[in-house]
Design a protein around this ligand. Structure first.
Ligand code: AMP
Length: 396
């Protein structure tokens, strides 16, 4: 793999696409700096070689051009502290100021460019915009796995201006290595655990996984559409009525491929969508009218946990219930604990980004699994079997 280890950055300026799209509170304090910390090894490598670093990222989804709320200047102080040096800042990612600050950057120095998405050309993958960014540096490095599934100017298009000087950062390399390990050559049994709200979001993923896994566990909101499709009563639980035929199709496909597709056998129900709601537990397909399923039940926890504990490769994407509410987090917590136990027994466990990463962090188990991906959508697309434009652009 073409990583930064293949380059000596001495006296070179590297423009590095990072994913500093971190959550900020109302006072612009960073509430989770994982994505920034994840990019530090790549930055340090370039600085240690005697190179200079120009960082570019997006933050949020600004619609109207420059907006204070989405300015990367809010993270400048934290970044300077993490790197233990004063990071410079250009308040536009292209233009005279950026050009001058990049030109005057010395080895060992770091320049952060303002939010790329203040220019609509970024998301459009505009070639002229990408070329302007490319002129700031000698080498291009992509370390933003979270946006690798987007063919944006800074993640993909820019690479063509560095035909012999483009590299993956350490985070990208690690993400790709772990995703490949799971999808191409997993140790068996290989179990995928799918959850979350909607079947429709995960169809391609489930279809691709059916050709790879031994066990496919389905929990969370999406399981109720399966229960209803099989003739069960689900009350007011989440339902995608138009996906019911597809659920039956997936069950048939799993059978044909010899995949053990495991659905919940019982469910925790509530009389409203509220942590303080009245609670009960019933078998799947037996939810009373006006009640909704918000978590998997205790028999399901035992069933899922047993399969997970006996697996050698685990891929987990999506919570088993409304884990944000303390009264309905039990199923997700139990699955997380089973994944941890399997990992202790030698299994490789990859946790998809997004809500599964949030859940594992909530339970304080981040360091007890093999790898927590920093990319939600990007990892999903990779697992669906798609080529990620940001990865392809470096490999070409
Ligand atoms: P996703 O983004 O598709 O992975 O869905 C994650 C969201 O699904 C989380 O916010 C969960 O609270 C929600 N969720 C999981 N199970 C249920 C359920 N049974 N009913 C309603 N929402 C659910």
């Amino acid at each position: 793999m073409n990583t930064v280890d293949q380059c000596n950055f001495k006296d070179k300026k590297a423009i590095v696409r990072v994913d500093f799209n971190v959550p900020l509170d109302a006072d612009f304090n960073i509430t989770d700096d994982k994505r920034m910390r994840a990019a530090l090894p790549t930055i340090q490598k370039i600085l240690n070689d005697g190179g200079a670093v120009i960082l570019m990222s997006h933050l949020g989804r600004p619609k109207e051009g420059p907006t204070d709320k989405y300015s990367l200047k809010h993270i400048l102080g934290d970044l300077s502290r993490m790197l233990d040096l004063p990071v410079k800042f250009a308040d536009d990612c292209i233009g005279e100021d950026a050009v001058n600050k990049a030109k005057n950057l010395f080895p060992g120095e770091v320049l952060l460019l303002e939010n790329l998405r203040f220019h609509k050309e970024e998301e459009k993958g505009d070639v002229a915009f990408a070329e302007k960014l490319s002129k700031l540096a000698d080498v291009y490095v992509n370390d933003a796995f979270g946006t690798a599934h987007r063919a944006h100017a800074s993640t993909t298009i820019i690479a063509q201006f560095f035909p012999k000087a483009k590299y993956f950062g350490y985070l990208m390399a690690e993400e790709i290595k772990n995703a490949e390990k799971v999808i191409n050559g997993p140790e068996r049994p290989f179990t995928a655990i799918m959850g979350g709200a909607k079947v429709s979001d995960k169809i391609l993923l489930i279809e691709n996984l059916l050709g790879k896994v031994d066990n496919l566990i389905i929990g969370g909101g999406m399981a109720y559409t399966f229960a209803k499709a099989q003739g069960g009563e689900i009350g007011t639980s989440l339902l995608e009525e138009d996906r019911m035929p597809l659920c039956l199709e997936l069950l048939e496909k799993a059978k044909a491929k010899g995949v053990n597709l495991i659905l919940p056998i019982d469910t925790v129900i509530a009389d409203r969508f509220d942590n303080a709601a009245n609670k009960d537990q019933v078998d799947s397909g037996n939810v009373p009218a006006d009640w909704m399923g918000l978590d998997i039940g205790s028999k399901t926890i035992a069933l899922f946990s047993e399969v997970i504990r006996n697996s050698k490769t685990l891929l987990w994407n999506g919570p088993m219930g409304v884990f944000e509410m303390a009264n309905f987090e039990q199923g997700t917590r139990a699955v997380a604990e089973a994944v941890v136990e399997a990992t202790k027994n030698g299994a490789f466990s990859l946790i998809g980004g997004g809500d599964s990463a949030a859940a594992i962090a909530k339970f304080g188990l981040e360091n007890e699994v093999s790898y927590v991906s920093t990319g939600g959508g990007a990892l999903l697309e990779y697992m669906e079997g798609k080529e990620l434009p940001g990865v392809k652009a470096i490999q070409e």
